[in-house]
Design a protein around this ligand. Structure first.
Ligand SMILES: C[S@@+](CC[C@H](N)C(=O)[O-])C[C@H]1O[C@@H](n2cnc3c(N)ncnc32)[C@H](O)[C@@H]1O
Length: 245
């Protein structure tokens, strides 16, 4: 194989290596919720509620919140699957999970099971879910296709899944220019004041590498999902991929 191609592949493996990803999120953990609220002006809660509203989890169902971070989606799922259902909040970052568990204890929550695990290490034969959600997780996985495939294998037949993440708006559109300027001139400088410039600079690169809506649809259909839909939110800034097995 060409020497240059090999080194590009090696670099990509390092950049998306699970240890590298978990270090980023462990480093930002103490400011994670604060920055999410600040940079989205609290709107991320609305987008997360929108995703849950579309997925319609029901009492008695078992749901996984993969890449759960500090647990926002797990808490929303919990409201709808109780009293008989269960929620599994799973993430690779020990420090973000610690915050999720702290919030959970404060609420006296007993339904959510928190687990520190790389989602690629989950045993697909051991446990299947009625539903799976992922907010801002897919873009951070080492491979998007493998992530969607993993979700497919973790779902029961007819199980549904939803992914919320940044959307690529049309190149050079106002929305796409806004996204770049916002990240470069608001998010990165402000996070820099807290010594987290490198961690937050990573967002623009991760969005650039993330498949566009039609590509996500193509990947999901190829994997075997029978129902696939992609919608955009907030002037095309965010996207939701909805799937049914
Ligand atoms: C941007 S955060 C999103 C957290 C949360 N879902 C939210 O919406 O605030 C991405 C999360 O994905 C997690 N993550 C990335 N790769 C992972 C993997 N292979 N297995 C488990 N978690 C992973 C990170 O640790 C991080 O918590």
């Amino acid at each position: 194989m060409n020497k240059w191609l090999l080194s590009i592949q090696t670099l990509q493996m390092i950049y998306k290596n699970s240890k590298y990803i978990s270090n980023i999120f462990n480093n930002v953990s103490s400011k994670y919720d604060f920055f999410n609220n600040l940079f989205s002006l609290g709107l991320h809660f609305l987008w997360k509620r929108k995703l849950i509203g579309l997925l319609k989890p029901k009492n008695g169902e078992e749901w996984a919140d993969l890449c759960c971070g500090t647990g926002d989606m797990s808490f929303l799922l919990n409201e709808l699957v109780i009293p008989s259902g269960k929620v599994f909040g799973i993430d690779i970052s020990e420090k973000l999970l610690k915050i999720a568990k702290r919030k959970s204890n404060k609420l006296g929550n007993r339904v959510i099971n928190w687990e520190k695990k790389d989602i690629f290490d989950l045993d697909t034969k051991l446990k299947k879910y009625d539903g799976i959600c992922m907010s801002y997780g897919l873009r951070n996985l080492r491979n998007v296709d493998d992530g969607i495939q993993k979700v497919f294998l973790l779902l029961k037949d007819n199980g549904r899944a939803g992914f919320l993440d940044f959307n690529h708006s049309k190149e050079n559109s106002i929305s796409s220019i806004f996204q770049k300027l916002y990240l470069r001139f608001i998010v990165v400088p402000i996070s820099g004041l807290f010594n987290l410039k490198a961690e937050y600079s990573y967002i623009e690169k991760s969005i650039k590498d993330f498949p566009k809506g039609p590509q996500l649809i193509y990947i999901a259909k190829k994997i075997g999902f029978k129902k696939v839909k992609y919608i955009t939110l907030f002037g095309d800034q965010m996207g939701i991929l909805l799937l049914q097995k």
